[in-house]
Design a protein around this ligand. Sequence first.
Ligand code: EPZ
Length: 419
Amino acid sequence: MDAFEIHGGSPLCGETQVYGAKNAALPILAATVMVEEPCVIDNVPDLEDVRVMMKILQTLGASVRRDGTSVVVDAGNLRSTNVPADLMRRMRSSIFLMGPLLARFGDVRVSKPGGCVIGQRPVDFHLRGMRALGASIEEKHGFIRCSSNRLFGTEIVLDFPSVGATENLIMAAALADGQTVIQNAAREPEIVDLANFLNACGANIEGVGEDTVRVQGVHHLHGTRHRIIPDRIVAGTMLLTVAATRGKVTLTKAEPAHLGALLAKLKQAGVRVHTDRDIITIECLKPLRAVDMRTAPYPGFPTDLQAPFMAAFTTAEGTSVIRESVFEARFKHVNELTRMGADITVDLQTAVVRGVSQLSGATVEATDLRGGAALVIAGLMADGVTRVEGLQHIDRGYQQLDVYLRDLGAVITRTGAMS
Ligand code: EPZ
């Protein structure tokens, strides 16, 4: 089993470039099934989840090929609307294919995505919205079947600003008859990027990035070329790693405007932050000051940075209170951090992190993507050697994480099965 072997204590220093956002690339690649002409998507990260999405598109009959950091998709001759169950199980984001396949073909079958370690992750908001657009939904034997001769524009109010539901419903509404209004919509930058792609293909979507989105259905979408935005979660993870190791790093090809909540917390903690166009430079010369944090839908503090944030603040001066308000079970990394000497107590959705002077290296197991990144950060901070197992989780969302960290001075190697 692959693992990272980390020798802690080296501050991260230098410069690194931020690559394309996984959570923008996945819905945009799914949206290409709505387009009957070739699309070129640039700045697509080379991650396991992206490779699975490309495989799903190929299985549906699209031609898909990677050309460096670009992916060329031609869904003109799509022949199936059944998303393969085995691939669906490998990546729950394949639920993003529901809206596009329903919009173009009036028929789609996906396997019901299971929960995962961070929570139940139901898809009721997605299904309620599809019904409101006129689809009939059948759920049985672990599959969801959506079908409709035509989709009709309607009013939808989301119970919670769900990222995936907002994206799926925008895609379904893009080819519906008439106007759809989605209220209490999620505002994440990845949704804006999806809308920009669809509008470049001839869709008519307004208000994305605000809480009310208007989609005027059109009859046809044409091919386009689109560049994916930088990955704000990868950038945020890197910034927290620099702060945790008391280093100084410049991120290029970043988007500071997408990281407002994190940059504010880092400044509050005493980190020196400088931004200029697509560059973020931070320097951390002394222990962090403890700060409280609560995750929230964008533009609040991103839930995907909660675990990396917690790891960085395990050795802060003082006590940080962290509230996870988006997912109901996103503290799976706490046990492993406490095994490394962190002092964290959890009560339901709140974790109290009392700063300790030093973590100590240990063998730990990643159980989800961002929790795994938190364990890598802890290993880079710790005294001694840390072995992080469960890299299949980390590889889903971080491209060659060990290579990027080594280039900044980290002592980290990827090893095979434990000798
Ligand atoms: C997206 O997941 C991201 N994934 C997640 O990133 C991210 O954590 C999440 O948004 C929140 O920002 C992708 O974009 C591929 P939600 P999504 O629907 O769309 C509940 C990562 O690490 N809910 O906004 O699944 C849900 O259970 C991943 O890159 C319903 O109850 O998140 C959760 O508590 C992890 N019913 C809350 O809403 C629904 O129908 C937010 O979920 C849908 C969601």
